[in-house]
Design a protein around this ligand. Structure first.
Ligand code: SAM
Length: 294
């Protein structure tokens, strides 16, 4: 079959042939926009021989393009209707290789992944992998934090998500999107917005537009030794985002003078609002608070 799975005609044919219906509770919105998919493959900079872990291959629209770009793909999926479709519809020969030598499907919730065990020698996990996914949107942030916490050696995460979430991930200080999620992610990874994708590129159409974000390891890690404490401090600072930082710090420091001294120690005005602080200022703030506790 020469038409890509991502073409609307081929997708519709697959839907008809297998009596498929997209499962909303699994976040199934299939991409039917080949240029958008090629945009993902390009954002991930897929080269022949690359090792990819894909989350949620669906009917294989993105998987197919990853394979054609030369990748070897380990994929996580939970919908039991899909193995048959993927095995039948993905190209049976890629660069002269059998599908089974280039594609392995793990039927498992990616949030419960044990990458080494699940991989079972398919990819060479002593070398780095790239994560690529058109995510199930209902679990976007748990998936991101799970991947960051895992001991997988990955060189990048290229993830399609809901545009609003993407905007929060890349947000800079002094914008309304900037908040605990921006800071939690930016304190762990480099974040770049690669492409925006309209809801009309999916079947069925989601209610929201989407965007592709590329996360790569930080070259220079911020000076954070206790991420749980750091995340907690940031959350407290934004508990009431319209109020000043001083006001939000009330829960952590009872005494007003002490609160104001701490803010001055950061070189900030006592009327500063949480969204005005840079990542580094939050890092310093967490250190000062930790020192106070000690
Ligand atoms: N990659 C396909 C595409 O671009 O057309 C499908 C993307 S669709 C937005 C998300 C996919 O993730 C669905 O196929 C869904 O069944 C799968 N999925 C949902 N929850 C999952 C989970 N916990 N673990 C792995 N896959 C999941």
């Amino acid at each position: 079959n020469s038409m890509p799975i991502a073409s609307p005609v081929r997708t519709q044919a697959i839907v008809n042939r297998y009596f498929m219906h997209a499962k909303k509770n699994l976040g199934q919105n299939f991409l039917v926009d080949l240029p958008a998919i090629k945009g993902i493959v390009e954002a991930a900079d897929i080269q022949p021989g690359d090792q990819v872990i894909e989350i949620g291959p669906g009917i294989g629209s993105l998987t197919e393009q990853l394979l054609l770009a030369g990748a070897k793909v380990l994929a996580y999926e939970v919908d039991q209707d899909l193995p048959e479709i993927l095995n039948n519809e993905l190209p049976q020969k890629i660069d002269g290789e059998e599908l089974k030598d280039r594609f392995k499907l793990v039927m498992k919730d990616v949030l419960k992944a044990n990458f080494v065990e699940d991989n079972d020698g398919f990819l060479d996990l002593s070398k780095s992998v790239k994560i690529v996914a058109n995510l199930p949107y209902y679990i976007t942030t748990p998936i991101i934090f799970n991947l960051i916490k895992s001991d997988l050696d990955f060189s990048s995460l290229t993830l399609m998500m809901q545009k609003e979430v993407a905007e929060r991930l890349v947000a800079k200080p002094k914008t309304k999107e900037y908040g605990p999620l921006s800071i939690a992610v930016q304190s762990r990874m480099n974040v770049r917005l690669a492409e925006e994708v309209k809801s009309t590129s999916f079947m069925p159409r989601p209610k929201v537009d989407s965007a592709v974000v590329v996360l790569t390891p930080l070259l220079e890690k911020p000076d954070i030794n206790d991420y749980a404490f750091f995340d907690h401090v940031v959350k407290m600072c934004f508990a009431q985002r319209r109020k000043t930082l001083a006001n939000n710090l009330k829960t952590l420091i009872k005494d007003k003078d002490e609160r104001e001294k701490l803010i001055n120690d950061l070189g900030l005005d006592v009327r500063v609002r949480p969204e005005e602080l840079t990542l580094n200022q939050f890092v310093q703030l967490a250190h000062l608070l930790k020192d106070r506790q000690a």
